[in-house]
Write a protein that binds this ligand. Structure first.
Ligand SMILES: Cc1ncc(COP(=O)(O)O)c(C=O)c1O
Length: 1021
């Protein structure tokens, strides 16, 4: 029956209200819901409860409704928690009934519970986690329906996989010949693979309609969307069980750049709950393609029937896109990937080949003249965190890399250098390998072969009998160069291939496919750069179980996210090479192992960032790299001021460490030079330096200086301030003593209100705001005086932990005046703010036109080497020199001072303060532009490369968007961008990158943020 041919006679909301009252005893308001054929109404009662009343199309068969009622009842009984609607019986206990409406004597009426949620269509983001959850839920649904049957489930439906062949007769509706050919190819696969398999596959009644309007999700502020439920059981049918996941997969592939990835997540979720059999997986990708083909032909037919309906064209676009993208996946790869996510060997014949290779171990000929089983070989560490390679990408360029490798081999007395299989490699982190030009996107890094490094010209032999399959020259830089692929067969008939890359072009010039080679036969020689793909001299040896039709384009490296698939298709070549296992170092612990060890061995409150923590193994300038080679743009870490692993600082530390590291009891010029350079950067009275290891140690010393000098104890601090982790500093850090686990304020501590001109009582439109906030410092000075006197006022000169608060003009001048009047000294904590980061000034206090009595420095000044300093006046230093010795074992040692001097050199030579001003200006302008489009951005503030973005749910009430801020930081991380949150309300995104940050980096950050802020959990309605 084609219901579409019979236009519905629409019932009105008052019919729904009446039926609800008469049949269900429910007083409710009715509001029509969109529906193609039937009349659905949302009923809302006075107490706010909601239900759905369905008045079916007059042509509907009662069996159709009865089937759904019976199925939903079965699900409710067998899987009570499953988020599907419940059938609400009428007053007489009937699941459905009929009524006469208008000229129709029989309209079926039934009622369902209402599932809150938004259709997944258009929801952003649809994460892999959400698809996994959807897969799992569909599997639980199918489990609940196991054994369920209903006569109406055995029906003819154009969506039934058994009937998909109908589209063959409607191909002319697809006008574009290229697209028609695509559908024909899908039909050919359907005929060849699906039709013969269908009778063998498990059958059941399935829901079979997890489309983007029937899958509901819960979208809450600051939380990733979660599955809320599944609705519309009208397409239920008895068919193959695999239809469930095939239909859902077809829709999951809509609107994503990686349709296969989406499908894999969904299938993985399904398989965890209801395992798919091998024969189901064998046809699943063909089923998905079939469903997409049926969908596009169906749309094309409708468009042909209703020309001029632009909606039809728009709605079919995602199905075409998914179909075209899915069809581009190389043959069999989707099948293998589906097997891999279900924990099976990707290629079905793989285990037999691997078993045979294992069983034949020791019998293979050597690939090189050298016997790798006996001769000295050295395993090279080419991993992302390789100490042999270091962080500088220049070390990964061909000539330097060649040098490094030959030196390593020479030092080890090795005749062959072995590059590891299944190793995520540093070389692929360089710009040349960026995926789609994006520096932070996941890229292919995992090496699928073993590299044998030997002199150019060394012969290459086949380890076992084979036939030459491919001879090619992939001449593009950093490709295989000249390569040969051999085909082999194991005694039971399964085939596999071996690939040899980076060969000498002359050595392979005469090779012809089809030539048979005997085990041990020489067929090529190792090439040299640049003709070998421009690599150091080595041969790349890889086993390939199925060439996937890719031949010379078969990848030699894989994306970490698809590691198990590709390593499954290219097993360890050492199965052939036979290098003894003890030559390989123990593998690095996995991220999960590191995390577990950290929990076991370290204090529990040592926090780790991100829901999915990062294991960072390498840093270079403004980028950090995880163990898989994924690059992260670091907009968060202010400690590596001049850039991670800045070579100048690294060299200074290495050179000094290799010469001397003592302490300040001996004379050393590094210490005095450093003190001189630091004090030269300060205004006149600040002339005396103390050099220490950490900012906490420095702030502790600052307190001692102030107290010794004044002979008093009390301290004024700012609300939400943090000054360090020692007991004394926790006492002056409201962020800690008022936070979780804190013990509250000590009587000698006085807390001044945060001069926050965005949220506080005095705002930016008040020119006197600075003075007004500072008045509180005056009152607290009086309070301290009454207790015996004020020792110090300590404040960051642009409070960071408190939320990147730019102090209102005149605040510090006025506050310092009150403090000095009360007999206290003024301490500027420049630990985060100082050292050129603000761009306009080298020190934060300069932005306020004041000169403190004590300045505290830390974090960035050693670029990561433990180094901190206190700079004060002669008078205060004199008071402190009271006979008690001052000594910090590591403070001011020659190595630390060498680091500090190098940082100052780089700051000057690379004009990083100027750069902070320029790049920061560009950055802040980009962020302000975003604020015009994203209402959640309440405030953009800061200076240079010390920025804050305050997120609010309402720009009028300033309701803080804390969950959203954490969400943004997590989602930026997913895009390879690091930022943090801060502020007493946890709603400020803090941006403090290394000063080598560029305009392009700022733009990348802004673009990533723009994408994140377009996601539903952070959109302000
Ligand atoms: C403003 C400020 N002062 C002092 C410190 C203490 O620094 P450290 O942990 O290096 O001792 C911090 C650390 O976050 C800080 O942000």
């Amino acid at each position: 029956m084609d219901i579409g041919a019979h236009p519905p006679s629409r019932s009105a909301a008052q019919d729904a209200v009446r039926l609800a009252r008469e049949r269900y005893g429910l007083e409710a308001r009715a509001c029509p819901l969109p529906s193609e054929y039937d009349d659905n109404f949302r009923l809302e009662t006075a107490d706010g409860s909601v239900r759905v009343l369905k008045i079916m199309h007059p042509m509907r068969d009662p069996g159709f409704v009865d089937m759904q009622c019976a199925a939903l009842r079965t699900i409710a009984e067998r899987a009570p928690g499953l988020p599907v609607p419940e059938v609400i019986p009428d007053r007489e206990g009937r699941p459905w009934s009929t009524t006469a409406l208008g000229e129709n004597p029989f309209r079926l009426v039934w009622m369902l519970s209402y599932l809150p949620g938004r259709p997944i269509a258009g929801v952003r983001p649809v994460t892999h986690g959400l698809l996994d959850e959807l897969g799992g839920t569909l599997a639980r649904l199918d489990l609940a329906l196991t054994g369920f049957s209903h006569p109406s489930a055995r029906r003819e439906l154009k969506w039934d996989f058994a009937r998909a062949g109908w589209i063959r007769d409607h191909l002319e509706a697809v006008r574009d010949p290229r697209r028609r050919a695509l559908v024909e190819r899908v039909l050919a696969r359907y005929d060849a693979e699906v039709v013969p398999a269908l009778p063998r596959l498990r059958r059941s009644v399935v829901y079979a309609d997890a489309n983007e309007h029937n899958v509901l999700v819960r979208v809450e502020p600051g939380r990733l969307p979660r599955l809320a439920g599944l609705i519309d059981f009208g397409d239920m049918i008895e068919t193959v069980v695999a239809a469930e996941v095939a239909v859902a997969s077809a829709y999951a592939a809509f609107g994503t750049a990686d349709p296969l990835g989406a499908v894999l997540s969904l299938v993985a979720g399904y398989h965890c709950v209801l395992p798919l059999a091998e024969e189901e997986l064998a046809v699943l990708d063909a089923l998905i393609l079939t469903r997409l083909a049926v969908s596009v032909v169906n749309s094309a037919c409708r468009a042909a029937a209703e020309p001029g309906d632009p909606y039809l064209i728009v709605s079919e676009a995602p199905a075409w896109a998914a179909l075209e993208a899915f069809e581009r996946v190389p043959p069999r790869l989707a099948h293998y990937a589906l097997r891999a996510v279900c924990g099976l060997a990707p290629a079905p014949h793989g285990p037999a080949v691997v078993r045979w290779l294992q069983g034949s171990a020791g019998s293979f000929a050597q690939v090189l003249e050298r016997d790798l089983r006996k001769e000295p070989v050295v395993v090279l560490d080419l991993s992302v965190g390789s100490r042999m390679l270091g962080a500088d990408p220049a070390g990964l360029e061909a000539p330097r890399l060649t040098e490094t490798i030959s030196k390593t081999m020479k030092d080890a007395g090795a005749v062959v250098g072995v590059g590891r299989y299944d190793e995520a490699r540093a070389i692929y982190t360089t710009g040349a390998f960026a995926a789609g030009g994006s520096p932070t996107a996941e890229r292919r890094t995992v090496h699928l072969g073993i590299d044998l490094s030997v002199a150019p010209g060394s012969v290459v032999r086949t380890p076992l009998d084979g036939t030459i399959h491919t001879v090619a020259d992939n001449a593009a830089p950093k490709d295989y160069g000249p390569l040969v692929i051999l085909r082999h067969e194991i005694p039971s008939g399964e085939e596999f291939f071996t690939l040899y890359g980076h060969l000498d072009p002359d050595s392979v010039a005469g090779l012809k496919p089809g030539r048979i080679l005997r085990a041990g036969e020489t067929f090529a020689a190792v090439g040299a750069p640049p003709r070998n793909g421009d690599w150091w001299p080595h041969v790349h040896v890889q086993i390939i179980l199925d060439l996937l039709g890719l031949d010379e384009d078969f990848p030699g490296v894989a994306a970490p996210g698809r590691r198990s698939l590709w390593t499954g298709l290219s097993p360890d070549p050492n199965l052939l090479l036979g290098i003894p296992g003890d030559r390989f170092p123990r593998p690095e612990p996995s991220k999960a192992e590191t995390l577990e060890a950290r929990h076991r061995l370290l204090g529990r409150n040592l926090s780790v960032s991100y829901r999915e923590p990062l294991k960072i193994v390498r840093g270079w300038m403004q980028y950090l790299y995880d163990e898989t080679g994924r690059a992260y743009l670091d907009a968060y870490n202010n400690v590596p001021l001049v850039g991670h692993s800045h070579p100048r600082v690294v060299r200074a530390v290495q050179d000094e460490m290799a010469l001397l590291n003592t302490n300040t009891r001996y004379l050393h010029d590094n210490l005095v030079s450093y003190a001189e350079r630091l004090t030269d950067l300060m205004p006149a009275p600040l002339r005396v330096c103390y050099v220490l290891n950490s900012a906490s140690e420095a702030n502790e010393l600052a307190l001692r200086l102030a107290r010794t000098h004044t002979g008093r104890e009390d301290v004024i601090v700012l609300e939400s301030a943090y000054h360090g982790h020692t007991s004394g500093l926790i006492d002056i850090s409201p962020y800690k003593f008022d936070g979780p686990g804190g013990k509250g304020r000590k009587p000698w501590v006085h807390v001044a209100p945060l001069p926050d001109d965005y949220r506080g009582p005095y705002r930016r439109d008040d020119p006197e705001a600075g003075k007004k906030y500072a008045a509180a410092v005056g009152h607290l000075g009086d309070e301290a005086k009454a207790r015996g006197g004020l020792a110090a006022f300590i404040a960051e000169t642009l409070p960071s932990v408190a939320g990147q608060i730019v102090l209102p003009r005149g605040y510090l001048a006025e506050a310092y005046r009150y403090v000095r009047a009360a007999g206290g000294v003024c301490v500027a904590d420049e630990v985060q703010v100082g050292f050129g980061r603000l761009g306009t000034h080298f020190w934060g206090f300069e932005t306020q036109g004041v000169v403190p009595d004590i300045v505290v420095l830390g974090k960035p000044i050693g670029n990561g080497f433990p180094l901190a300093a206190v700079v004060t006046t002669e008078a205060i230093a004199a008071s402190f020199a009271n006979g008690m010795e001052f000594f910090s074992t590591f403070g001011g040692n020659p190595v630390a001072c060498a680091a500090g001097l190098a940082v100052l050199d780089v700051m000057e030579e690379e004009r990083l303060q100027e750069r902070a001003l320029r790049v920061g200006g560009h950055f802040i302008a980009g962020l302000r532009k975003l604020a015009e489009r994203h209402a959640i951005i309440g405030d953009v503030r800061g200076s240079g490369l010390f920025l804050g973005l305050e997120l609010v749910r309402d720009r009028r009430t300033l309701e803080p968007a804390a969950a959203e801020a954490s969400y943004v930081v997590e989602r930026l991380r997913d895009r390879g961008v690091l930022a943090g949150t801060d502020g007493p309300l946890h709603n400020v995104i803090k941006i403090r990158p290394p000063l080598c940050f560029s305009e392009a980096d700022a733009e990348l950050f802004v673009a990533a943020l723009d994408e994140v802020l377009s996601e539903d959990p952070v959109r302000i309605p």
